[in-house]
Design a protein around this ligand. Structure first.
Ligand SMILES: Cc1ncc(COP(=O)(O)O)c(C=O)c1O
Length: 491
């Protein structure tokens, strides 16, 4: 067959549609986002007529960029439900929320303290506004090889060293459900008159149950970004930005207009409205059930030889970078099985029809939400038990990946802002030749997912050396060239 006829045949296929259909047809036990888990927590009327709900700005449906009717009212109800001054619906996920919050709170040249394991959307916001970040290295949990949060003391010290910093940007919680002492951090910010901006992408449920970690909006954070789709009943991309009276709502709206589509998906926005109504009316009860499912599964999993599960009792004291755990996140440690989290995740999927959210170096993350049913958890526990009993590695325990501690201690020199580095001409050059040059990309080794280099930072012999050590130990590196043969540098 010649190339043209192959192309013609390919034109009649739908590879993405087919892949999604095949995935959905397998009916796996869902431990990933979105939180509605195939629509289970959404009203049937909504899921059955989803395409009819896919509308655009019409006189009857309101307009996201200048809401005067249903969207405005839904946003007011969101603000009341979460006890904040203003809430804004987002159709671009927490990514849009983080960028908008940064644009609204900061100006070019402002200094801002930022947790170094921030999501890439935070770095995008910093590039867009042209702020000067002061990176706070987070604590690390060595057992699970995950990055945690900064301590309140660390924040206090950083503000003392950089009194001109205008704001602090932190995660509450991390992807893995650990939270810093957000109340203590909020007190530090308040005492110093600094803005507190919080990426709470994984915490839109905290406010509705007192056995969940403290919600940033409950301790007076100035901007809180939540992915309604990750944990609650929102469709993918559904998210919310809450702001305090310290941020001018007109400016926030203007920033949102810079980055949000003018053709928002109305089904996505309707799902935010439904998710809020559910939390206000039945949230406590539904979250009780979710917590009890997750706690029971955690206990059963922890009793399996070779398996460890991150528990609430692993949290540290008040003020620490790991103060509380969202117990609906079940983080399974695989070190005792002698296999990686990636391998466990693949076997759960392939052999047992169980799909976790992610598999890392030595952990697998399962997100349990109001959309899960008891049978999902039984399937997870029996699948992990069966894999553990097959004793994947008879000779035991996986070594620690190592290397990351040395990298964490390095604190590279900031030569230019991330914005300057982003817009400067850049080129790939051999890693050896990159020593002494200014990095033009984010280079992140996993574990623990904390960038070793940010755009604008000096590449040194020792940083490159440590990166090569962790790469040689088999740790994946997120970079333009994951082999690290080359690095992108400012030309
Ligand atoms: C901590 C954190 N913040 C922000 C985001 C971006 O959220 P979204 O996917 O809703 O844009 C993510 C996505 O995984 C995240 O984990």
């Amino acid at each position: 067959m010649n190339t043209t006829s192959l192309e013609q045949r390919a034109a009649h296929t739908t590879p993405l549609f087919d892949a999604i259909r095949a995935f959905v047809d397998r009916q796996q036990a869902p431990f990933y986002s979105p939180g509605h888990k195939g629509g289970r927590s959404l009203p049937r009327e909504f899921t059955e007529r989803l395409c009819e709900w896919d509308l655009n700005n019409l006189p009857d449906t309101d307009t996201l960029h200048c809401p005067t009717a249903g969207i405005r009212d839904a946003q007011r109800l969101l603000a009341t439900a979460y006890g904040v001054a203003h809430s804004h619906m987002l159709v671009g996920g927490s990514t849009a929320g983080n960028v908008a919050a940064i644009l609204a709170a900061l100006a070019p040249g402002d200094r801002v303290l930022v947790q170094r394991n921030a999501h890439k959307s935070v770095i995008a916001g910093i590039v867009q506004v042209g702020a000067i970040p002061v990176w706070l290295p987070p604590a690390v949990d060595d057992r699970f090889e995950i990055a945690l949060g900064p301590s309140a003391h660390q924040v206090e010290r950083a503000f003392a060293r950089h009194p001109d910093a205008k704001a602090l940007l932190v995660l509450n919680p991390t992807y893995f459900g650990t939270t810093p002492d957000i109340a203590a951090i909020a007190r530090v910010c308040r005492a110093r008159g600094k803005l507190l901006l919080v990426d709470e992408a994984h915490g839109p449920h905290f406010h509705f149950h007192d056995e969940l970690p403290t919600a940033a909006e409950d301790v007076g954070a100035d901007a809180v970004v939540q992915s309604t789709h990750k944990i609650l009943s929102g469709l993918s991309q559904a998210a919310v930005l809450h702001t305090s009276a310290a941020l001018d709502p007109g400016r926030v709206q203007k920033c949102l207009q810079l980055i949000q589509t003018t053709s928002p998906n109305f089904a996505v926005m309707a799902s935010i409205d439904i998710a809020r109504m559910q939390m206000v009316t039945t949230g406590r009860e539904w979250l009780d059930r979710t917590l009890s499912f997750a706690r029971a599964a955690r206990e059963e999993l922890a009793a399996i030889p070779g398996i460890e599960v991150l528990a609430a009792r692993d949290a540290g004291p008040a003020g620490s970078g790991f103060h509380r755990l969202d117990e609906t996140k079940v983080l399974i440690g695989t070190r005792g099985l002698g296999i990686s989290g990636r391998e466990l995740q693949a076997r759960l999927n392939r052999e047992h029809g169980v799909q976790p959210e992610l598999g890392g170096s030595c952990h697998v993350l399962c997100i349990v939400t109001i959309g899960n049913v008891a049978d999902d958890l039984h399937r997870l526990v029996s699948a992990v038990r069966s894999i553990a009993e097959s004793r994947p590695r008879r000779d035991g325990v996986m070594p620690h990946a190592g290397g990351s501690r040395a990298l964490l201690a390095m604190e590279p020199e900031v030569v230019v802002t991330p914005r300057e580095a982003f817009f400067a001409p850049a080129a790939a050059c051999s890693a050896r030749a990159a020593v002494g040059r200014v990095c033009a990309e984010v280079v992140t080794p996993y574990p623990p997912g904390i960038p070793a280099l940010m755009p604008g930072e000096r590449i040194t012999e020792s940083i490159l050396g440590e990166l090569l050590v962790v790469s040689a130990a088999g740790c994946p590196i997120s970079a333009a060239d994951p082999t690290l043969a080359t690095l992108r540098v400012v030309a």
